[in-house]
Design a protein around this ligand. Structure first.
Ligand code: SAH
Length: 281
């Protein structure tokens, strides 16, 4: 498959045609070699809490200054993020506005942080790499942007803001009402009209705005729900963490929809919060 082996990613299985859906790792992952790198977008919450010690802001380092984000972008380049539009979006979105006041000094470190309700904000390196992967989809390559995007797992809304600075239409779904409300409030000052926040079960996708050119999941289940594939446009690409049945091991899976088939590829190990069905209070 053209364009899949973006720098920084390790593809651990060759692309495969027409997998059964819902896609499960015991079907796709039989020939996987052991992943070489583990991306940890959402560390175990206990670790995130342990590291999240309130610190005094460094003198002269205002979080509203572009310099802090420029430094983060330099670090993203150093670890292999190459797409200039992704780097520009990461440099533009004020991540410190999405984390608790006590944690703002860590907002531009490559770390996940607690956002309440047992969830975390994803690491900048993982957000940027997953969006880079999305941009490798056929429709995204043709248009130069991710097109119509569906994000599953809004959380505090950070990744939705990054996606909205790249795409003409973004729908982001969250199943926890307090987080959906939090994201709405945090995004209000910068919220563009083309970003739609939905309170709902993302496992069902969001049919009213389908089909999507890009689908990105911020939570990992043990199958890619068939609804996501149904709502993926021809030429569209889905990027999601997928858990190997019976284990805690997750890998990043990319599914490309062509006119007559779906092709999937498996990338390196990741560690996302679980994808859960139904609504949570
Ligand atoms: N996108 C966020 C990461 C949020 S963490 C960021 O920008 O950092 C993942 C989120 O997925 C959690 O808020 C969790 O509640 C949500 N989630 C899990 N299962 C879901 C489902 N079925 N539908 C919608 N959201 C879900």
């Amino acid at each position: 498959m053209v364009g899949l082996a973006e720098p920084g990613f390790v593809m651990t299985s060759p692309p495969s045609r027409s997998p059964k859906f819902p896609l499960r790792l015991d079907e796709v992952g039989k020939s996987l070699s052991a992943p070489r790198t583990v991306l940890r977008p959402q560390r175990p919450l206990a670790h995130a809490h342990a590291n999240a010690v309130p610190r005094a802001p460094a003198a002269g380092l205002g979080m509203d200054s572009d310099d802090v984000r420029k430094r983060m972008v330099l670090r993203l380049r150093a670890i292999g993020v190459v797409n200039e539009s992704v780097l520009a979006a990461m440099g533009a979105v004020p991540r410190h506005r999405f984390v608790d006041t006590a944690l703002v000094t860590q907002a531009y470190e490559d770390t996940s942080l607690p956002i309440g309700h047992g969830q975390t904000i994803s690491k900048p390196s993982v957000v940027s790499r997953m969006i880079e992967l999305l941009l490798g989809g056929a429709n995204a390559r043709a248009s130069g942007h991710p097109g119509r995007v569906l994000e599953i797992g809004t959380g505090c809304g950070y990744q939705a803001a990054v996606l909205a600075s790249l795409a003409p239409q973004v729908v982001s779904i969250e199943r926890l009402k307090p987080l959906h409300d939090k994201a709405r409030d945090l995004l209000a000052p910068m919220r563009p009209a083309h970003l739609r926040l939905v309170y709902g079960d993302g496992m069902l996708g969001h049919p009213p705005n389908a089909p999507y050119d890009s689908i990105i999941a911020a939570a990992g289940g043990d199958a890619v729900p068939a609804a996501w594939l149904d709502q993926l446009a021809v030429g569209g690409r889905l990027v999601a963490p997928l858990r190997r049945a019976g284990t805690q091991q997750q890998v990043l899976v990319v599914v490309d929809r062509t006119e007559h088939a779906c092709e999937h590829s498996v990338f390196e190990a990741v560690n996302f919060v679980p994808l859960r069905s139904g609504l949570g209070a």
